[in-house]
Design a binder for this molecule. Structure first.
Ligand code: CTP
Length: 407
């Protein structure tokens, strides 16, 4: 079946030598069954004819906000109605305008007005691509969840070569298909209600005291755990949040503040029996100092020898003691071999679901407002969610939990 059947896609074409390749992108999108509306910038007309795009597209090409037509406000309508906007090629100007919220023409208006996923295929000279301003704009857009495909290395305009060549049309269309596929960045998670379910969520990193002023901590911000609690509240669940951080908790949640792994273990152990679902999003220290000095360690006393001991593995303990109707969910923060390491943790800790988090990926993991995860459920079902805000990730996690509970 055509992968994009029934999907409405705006294809933006901006002014670069690669604009001629947008014809191939358009043809491939149509081959996959998409309804394609092309939008050209003024500069694109120097490289490709509007007639060519119109002839191959599902609707005539749009070139301006002022060219009449049936719709008096095409700049918002196009963006609102699109399932996805792909810009190929995306010039430094379009990338810069979009990153900075500047609406300079119909294409940038459409990009700013849309809430649909956006895919950009940059194309420009190597010097421009590596310029700090362009690099910053691209990083900003990535952080906001925009998918960037390419550019590759190869021949550029004027006989030059280097990085900046637009990705191959086949690769661009493949990325569009992936983004809109189930579990892709553009695949909206479900929103099943959770009325009647009691959900316990842990959030933040624990802090293990060395002396009255020093702690062993980690980089967890607690944002993902708080987002899961907020999403569960919004779906009607009764939520208890055990957190180490001062982030605003959802007002309807019961909040328990803890600091150390021992306090978290005590709170979770006490509360878990009253809950149907436990989501251990907290980054719990694996080791803590054997003793805590009562007085501040003084530099004059020399380099301290801090002896560590293992902490209790809270989630593994819960999974062993669980009732049949309880669902236990863990997180795995990894920097390599994501799925392999997370699957091992799912099995060794006897979890129902594990959320694998590549904390070294750009825009993902600790402190960011966005995250990218792979959600692995017992039985092997795996859902990859590309970079999205933590509330969207939370929705995907809750959907995976509801899936395992219904099987
Ligand atoms: N966890 C826990 N108690 C601990 C340590 C971790 O409950 N003492 C939970 C975390 O909340 C998370 C999951 O276990 O849900 C995975 O934590 P992680 O630190 O990635 O796993 P570890 O087993 O500690 O493996 P490693 O640090 O070696 O990667």
């Amino acid at each position: 079946m055509a992968a994009l059947a029934g999907r409405r896609i705006v294809l933006g074409v901006s002014g670069g030598i690669a604009a001629y390749k947008s014809v191939e992108v358009l043809r491939r999108l149509r081959d996959e069954g998409a309804h394609v509306v092309p939008v050209m910038t003024q500069a694109a007309h120097h490289f490709i004819g509007a007639t060519t795009l119109s002839a191959l597209a599902s609707e005539p090409v749009r070139t301006s906000m002022w060219d009449g037509g049936p719709d008096p406000i095409p700049h918002t309508r196009l963006g609102q109605q699109a399932d996805l906007v792909v810009v190929a090629p995306a010039t430094a100007r379009v990338i810069g305008a979009y990153a900075n919220g500047l609406s300079t023409d119909l294409l940038t208006n459409t990009l700013i007005a849309t809430r649909a996923p956006v895919v950009l295929a940059p194309a420009m000279h190597a010097e421009m691509w590596v310029h700090a301003a362009v690099a910053d704009n691209v990083a900003t857009l990535r952080r906001r969840g925009v998918t960037i495909v390419g550019p590759g290395v190869g021949r550029l305009a004027g006989g030059d070569s280097g990085v900046g060549r637009m990705a191959d049309p086949a690769d661009i269309v493949e990325v569009v298909v992936d983004v809109l596929a189930p579990g892709g960045a553009g695949d909206a998670p479900g929103s099943r209600a959770m009325n009647g379910l009691r959900v316990l969520v842990t959030a933040g990193g624990t802090r293990e005291p060395i002396d009255p002023v020093r702690v062993i901590a980690n980089r967890s911000s607690g944002k993902q755990g708080h987002a899961i609690a907020a999403e569960a509240v919004a779906r009607g669940a009764t939520v208890t949040l055990v957190t180490t951080v001062d982030l605003e908790p959802p007002s309807a949640a019961d909040v328990v503040r803890v600091e150390t792994s021992a306090e978290m273990a005590e709170a979770v152990g006490r509360l878990a029996p009253d809950h149907d679902i436990v989501v251990m999003a907290a980054a719990v220290a694996d080791f803590r100092p054997v003793t805590t000095a009562t007085d501040k360690l003084k530099k004059a006393d020399g380099v301290p020898q801090i002896v560590l001991e293992p902490t209790e593995d809270i989630v593994a303990g819960l999974a062993t003691a669980r009732r049949d109707d309880q669902t236990i969910v863990g997180f795995a923060a990894e920097t390599s071999d994501l799925v392999e390491n997370a699957t091992k943790k799912l099995e060794s800790k006897r979890l129902d679901v594990i959320v694998a988090n590549d904390v070294s990926a750009p825009g993902a993991g600790f402190a960011h407002d966005t995250n990218a995860v792979t959600i692995i459920s017992k039985g092997g079902r795996t859902v990859s969610v590309s970079l999205a805000d933590k509330r969207t990730i939370a929705a995907h996690v809750l959907e995976a939990i509801l899936d395992v509970r219904s099987h």
